[in-house]
Design a protein around this ligand. Structure first.
Ligand SMILES: NC(=O)c1ccc[n+]([C@@H]2O[C@H](COP(=O)([O-])OP(=O)(O)OC[C@H]3O[C@@H](n4cnc5c(N)ncnc54)[C@H](OP(=O)(O)O)[C@@H]3O)[C@@H](O)[C@H]2O)c1
Length: 238
């Protein structure tokens, strides 16, 4: 059931930071060929120095032409992992700006679908697609209705995509609260306070690490019999 990933090619869309970067490093150890994409040239340049084994590509997944050029130049590959983040759409509903929520969909929902559609002609039939959603879809925490909507829209598609795109496997990993640069809109003190508050609602008593989510992603990529599923990796967040 478990794939030998050696000599396979993986693309991590949104892989220059956080969960995507941790996944890219882990996948590289198994496959030997991983390309990460991102928009910020500084992050890409830094990665060329810190992680020279990874291939890097400047790419905005909201831009259909850039996606088309990227996948046609990369050619055939085996595993697509999408870890792009939107980081918009959180907040109490009565205060939530619907423009922010719309932007959240623009920055996460649509680029995920566009990335998958553009990649399909190049993706191996024995390959896999793994997307990142969020446990806001099930945790029912106040202030997360908008984030739950964006990620829920993706999660409900997963089992259907697994049928439409068969035999390519399609899965989602749904993280809880994870300490990554996603939270850098908060200053360090506010971030620590927020993590402490969340920790009270997480059974294991702490927020997660990017590496813990990367483990779940790599496990799904490597397991031939996980398909059409959303795997929650959230320390028991409820
Ligand atoms: N951290 C959490 O607590 C948490 C919880 C639940 C779910 N998640 C989900 O997990 C996924 C990964 O999040 P993370 O915490 O690792 O976030 P992150 O550290 O902010 O990383 C996001 C990555 O996506 C890239 N990116 C964003 N928009 C892009 C675009 N249009 N085109 C290309 N690259 C783009 C960013 O690079 P550039 O900015 O340079 O483009 C960066 O490499 C996201 O889908 C997030 O919603 C995270």
């Amino acid at each position: 059931m478990t794939k030998d990933l050696s000599n396979q090619k993986a693309v991590v869309a949104g892989g220059t930071s956080g969960i995507g970067l941790a996944t890219a490093k882990m996948l590289f150890r198994l496959t030997g060929d991983v390309t990460v994409t991102g928009r910020d040239q500084k992050k890409l340049d830094a990665l060329r120095v810190s992680d020279p084994e990874l291939k890097v590509a400047a790419l905005d997944s909201n831009d259909k032409n850039e996606l088309t050029n990227f996948f046609s130049s990369t050619g055939s590959f085996d595993h697509l992992v999408i870890t792009l983040s939107g980081a918009k759409g959180g907040g109490l509903f009565q205060e939530l700006s619907l423009d922010d929520l719309r932007e959240g969909f623009e920055k996460k929902f649509w680029p995920y679908l566009q990335t998958i559609q553009t990649a399909l002609p190049y993706l191996s039939k024995n390959g896999s697609i793994t997307i990142l959603t969020a446990s806001s879809t099930t945790a029912r925490l106040s202030g997360t209705a908008g984030l739950a909507a964006i990620n829920g829209a993706l999660e409900v598609m997963v089992p259907i995509l697994a049928k439409d795109l068969k035999p390519i496997r399609v899965n989602a990993i749904s993280p809880g609260v994870i300490d990554t640069p996603w939270w850098n809109f908060l200053n360090e003190a506010d971030k620590r306070a927020t993590f402490e508050q969340f920790s009270e609602q997480i059974a294991v008593g702490r927020v997660g690490t990017a590496e813990e989510i990367a483990h779940a992603i790599v496990g799904v990529v490597a397991n031939n019999y996980i398909n059409g599923s959303t795997i929650f990796c959230n320390g028991g967040l409820s």
